[in-house]
Design a protein around this ligand. Structure first.
Ligand code: NDP
Length: 631
């Protein structure tokens, strides 16, 4: 229900001017109480006869009779309402009616009235108004002698404090808009802000509210101070702006208006080291900063994303009711949102999510490559096969959308055939690879998926290579799709093992206390890598502090699965297929299940050319050999 504001004060104090300006700011209608006087009252006033209380009651009643028409949008009513009894009459129990009192002394108003051209000014009448005036004990009071803009700002601030929003959202791009609608659909009224760029980005938040009916209870701003003042204390502000300098710029513009205990959440794909820095910088100022990983794209943001906040438990408790309300729900109906760890861990976890996603996507592309380019199997048949796989343990959201992609036609032709084979990326894949290498986590499958996208983007060079070598892809006849599916699932399991192993190592390295089973749980819905495998990992990772490959329930599966993986990798590589993730998963597996490796050769070489020393299997200590001196 909207509010009806009564702008009151003596004649000449500026009720109409300010009332109209306020109505414009609040985008609600303006009414002048004088327009509701009866003909008799109007005649008396025209004759200079002062109105008595008995004249005013029917007039006030006729105003109140308008409320049913005004209550949906709200209204601004300019009305002298000098006596408390008049104001009481204008208040109706079931409706929100608030007074805004414009205060000024006699000489200020007298001067102003005297300055009005063609205006009859009777100082006695003004004095009688001041004599009648009973100063309101509640409502908004403002100094009518200030400039108009300052008064409007003061009133807007007061109104907003009065109707404080529990949550603010900055950045109404693709994701911000959808998240705002999702919050609103869960009865969380927001204050929305988008930057103001004159002539280009004006009143974006207000336009957004007008476009989406579910945002009707939200407030829109492109003035940062008003936006911040519209929020309930301690303020909770969700940023959904581009990662990088934009986040720092928005934080800098927020800081002058924030107070200790306020909280900023960054829902973009920020780099976790930036988040760590921001957590520390803002901590010194008494502001909580929570890096929130959000997955699910535009649709997920609207219907229920997977949400990965990192930060202090205290901060999480404050924002949990909001984030958990809009998150997707897992199979048990619990929110796919949980505090994943401390510091910048939310964005690290989201980054590894994207890394796993890169490899999952590449694996499907490699299945398509083997079946289509080497197996000569039609797209429709591959779609059918993937659809079949999707009913079993290989079920995943990415496989599901791949079926639809393969079936999509344009002008009777498969659309996929005309899509240029140059994969793009926004950076989280390579960030995750760098981050994994920095903490010494093997990242075979994910790094290969990133490299595959880079190689794919070198289309011109690939065409040149094709021309220079003229080595054709070989056909693989009678592909056993059951073996292929097993190889696919094995590679997926290894890819997940690599992803979670990186999280485990990062948790120890940064002391984040990551909850791996909980992370698997919040990845079972709302996010791009949701799958049956992920559901299984909740249990596998529960209380298990080691590589997924070493879990007792995984070992029997991979003993069989690695045979299928070897078979497929051998045949596909032999036939000229580029299958970087399939082969990387097999290499990782092979390496992880052999106690002896060839790294003794590496150590010897390092010591040979750089005197880097080595350890021995047969005795303790650190050794160096003068390799070119014969024994
Ligand atoms: P958009 O480009 O659609 O929107 C970006 C928003 O940030 C706009 O509102 C823009 O304002 C605002 N903005 C940009 N620079 C500034 C600045 N310097 N000061 C103030 N505001 C600024 O991006 P998305 O909504 O797609 O993405 C937002 C974040 O969410 C990104 O970090 C992205 O990586 C991440 N993300 C995106 C997903 C997706 O599927 N799209 C999924 C998960 C996360 P203006 O309109 O004025 O330009």
């Amino acid at each position: 229900m909207a509010t009806i504001y009564i702008v009151m004060g003596v004649s000449g104090v500026g009720k109409t001017t300010l009332g109209k300006a306020l109505a414009k700011r609040l985008i609600i209608p303006f009414y002048d109480a004088d327009d509701f006087h009866s003909q008799e009252n109007k005649a008396k006033m025209a004759a200079g006869i002062p109105l008595q209380d008995q004249d005013r009651w029917p007039w006030l009643d006729s105003i109140v009779a308008q409320y049913p028409l005004w209550k949906t949008k709200g209204a601004i009513l300019a009305c002298s309402a000098l006596k408390e009894s008049y104001r009481t009459r204008l208040k109706v129990d079931q409706l929100q009616v608030k007074t805004i009192y414009l205060s000024a002394n006699f000489s200020f108003v007298a001067q102003r009235l005297a300055a009005r051209k063609a205006h009859f000014f009777n100082p006695d009448l003004l004095q009688s108004q001041f004599d009648t005036l009973e100063t309101p004990k509640s409502g908004i009071v403002c100094d009518a002698t200030l400039p108009k803009e300052a008064i409007v700002k003061h009133i807007m601030n007061a109104i907003q404090r009065d109707q404080a929003s529990p949550l603010g959202l900055i950045g109404l791009g693709v994701m911000g808009k959808s998240l705002a609608r999702n919050f609103a659909n869960h009865d969380i009224p927001l204050s929305l802000y988008n930057r103001h760029v004159p002539g280009m980005e004006e009143e974006v938040a207000l336009q957004c509210i007008r476009t989406y009916p579910e945002l009707k209870d939200c407030k829109g701003f492109d003035d940062m101070e008003l936006f911040v003042n519209s929020l309930a204390l301690p303020r909770k502000i969700f940023l959904m702006v581009n990662a990088g300098p934009a986040v720092d710029a928005v934080i800098d513009s927020l800081l002058p208006y924030l107070t200790e205990g306020d909280m900023i959440m960054d829902g973009g794909n920020s780099h976790y080291l930036d988040t760590e820095r921001r957590v520390k910088d803002l901590q010194d100022k008494g502001i909580h900063f929570v890096g929130v990983g959000v997955s699910g794209g535009e649709e997920g943001a609207l219907k229920g994303p997977s949400i990965m906040p990192g930060g202090t438990t205290e901060a999480y408790h404050q924002v949990a009711p909001f984030l958990e309300a809009i998150a997707a729900k897992d199979a048990q109906g619990n929110a796919c949102c949980a505090k994943v760890g401390s510091g910048g861990s939310g964005h690290f976890v989201k980054m590894i999510h994207n890394g796993i996603e890169y490899a999952e996507m590449q694996l499907i592309a490699e299945m398509y490559d083997i079946l289509h380019f080497h197996g000569k199997i039609s797209l429709t048949e591959i779609a059918d096969r993937f659809d079949e796989w999707n009913k079993g343990e290989t079920n995943s959201y990415l496989l599901e959308i791949s079926v639809i992609i393969l079936q999509k036609t344009e002008d009777g032709q498969p659309l996929i055939d005309v899509i240029l084979d140059k994969a793009q990326q926004k950076g989280t894949g390579s960030w995750s690879t760098t981050a994994a290498l920095q903490i010494g986590a093997p990242f075979d499958t994910i790094a290969q998926a990133v490299l595959a996208r880079i190689i794919s983007s070198q289309k011109e060079q690939r065409l040149k290579g094709q021309q220079l070598y003229n080595i054709k892809r070989e056909e693989i006849k009678n592909i056993d799709t059951t073996i292929l599916q097993k190889a696919y699932q094995t590679a997926r399991m290894i890819n997940h093992a690599i992803g979670f192993e990186t999280l485990r190592k990062a948790s120890a390295h940064y002391q984040w206390d990551l909850q791996l089973s909980e992370i698997a749980r919040i990845w079972t819905n709302g996010c791009i890598i949701r799958s049956k495998t992920m559901e299984r990992l909740i249990e596998i990772l529960d209380g298990f502090d080691d590589n997924i490959l070493f879990h007792e329930s995984v070992i029997p599966q991979l003993i069989k699965g690695n045979v299928a993986l070897k078979h497929i990798v051998q045949h596909a590589l032999g036939a000229g297929a580029a299958i970087p993730v399939l082969s990387a998963s097999l290499s990782y597996f092979n390496a992880m299940i052999q106690g002896d490796s060839s790294a003794n050769m590496i150590q010897a070489q390092r010591d040979f050319f750089g005197a880097h020393t080595y350890e021995r299997k047969d005795k303790e200590g650190v050794f160096h050999t003068d390799w070119e001196v014969s024994q």
